[in-house]
Design a binder for this molecule. Structure first.
Ligand code: ATP
Length: 238
């Protein structure tokens, strides 16, 4: 579903991500773990097609993102860590706009908006302007906007920060549904207990280099993800 080969990104002279290889198979939920500044957001933004890069290739669902970005975007969703929404629109107008972008017909959009808004408990706020929403409500609206076109690949940057426990549980269910339907999910998190609990695979990035990718159950047979992470932090990157 996602194939990253030798992905490299500089900011000026600074090498932020160095020849990263990461493959995410259909049906797989992958947790992307790393220190502050390790390169997670940079990588996610490039996969989402909103940050250019200097080397390597990224394929989504068999398509090179640089060769056919529109095709790729039609099957991908990205939730940044701090979603910027159109504050002057109401929640309903925002979701209508997103539905227009993805060319969803009326009946489909209404059913999905209703279903997701009810689950995330913001149905009664949809007629209010986004500018009046709390941080968590904005996050929920962004999530609905991401889920509404039923993406095959879902990318999320720190999705659980700021969500209430009920919404976090609903989101976990939706991410699993994407995988059960043959899609895949890659999300960054610092909450290692959650990653260990819900992810099929874990990818750990350190100073711009991928240092671990493996099946969660196998990796954590002898020690917790937190212990693995701490040990890796203390070792030198080769
Ligand atoms: P965090 O967990 O803190 O969100 P991260 O793993 O997402 O961190 P990135 O945001 O990808 O890390 O940053 C990777 C490196 O690139 C950091 O050293 C950061 O300072 C640098 N960086 C990120 N964005 C820019 C930018 N626009 N200009 C210059 N350097 C940048």
């Amino acid at each position: 579903m996602l194939k990253i080969e030798n992905y490299t990104k500089h900011y000026g002279d600074f090498l932020a991500v160095d020849k990263l290889n990461l493959h995410v198979k259909p049906g797989t939920l992958v947790g992307f773990i790393g220190h502050n500044g390790a390169g997670k957001t940079t990588t996610l933004r490039s996969i989402a097609g909103i940050l250019d890069f200097d080397g390597g290739t990224i394929e989504i669902n068999g398509t090179d993102i640089e060769k056919d970005p529109i095709r790729v975007k039609s099957v991908t969703a990205f939730i940044p860590d701090n979603p910027e929404l159109y504050e002057f629109l109401t929640g309903a107008e925002y979701l209508d706009f997103i539905s227009d972008v993805y060319q969803l017909d009326d009946a489909v959009r209404q059913e999905r908006i209703h279903r997701y808004a009810r689950t995330f408990e913001i149905e009664s706020n949809l007629s209010d302007r986004v500018s009046s929403y709390s941080h968590g409500m904005k996050q929920k609206l962004a999530l609905i906007g991401a889920l509404i076109h039923e993406p095959k690949l879902m990318l999320l940057d720190e999705p659980f920060v700021g969500l209430d426990p009920i919404a976090a549980r609903s989101l976990r269910g939706y991410l699993r549904d994407i995988c059960d339907n043959g899609g895949a999910v890659l999300f960054s998190t610092h909450v290692l207990e959650v990653a260990q609990k819900i992810c099929d695979e874990i990818a750990i990035i350190k100073k711009g280099k991928l240092v671990v990718q493996g099946v969660t159950e196998e990796l954590t047979q002898k020690e917790s993800l937190e212990d693995i992470f701490v040990e890796l932090s203390q070792s030198e990157v080769v």
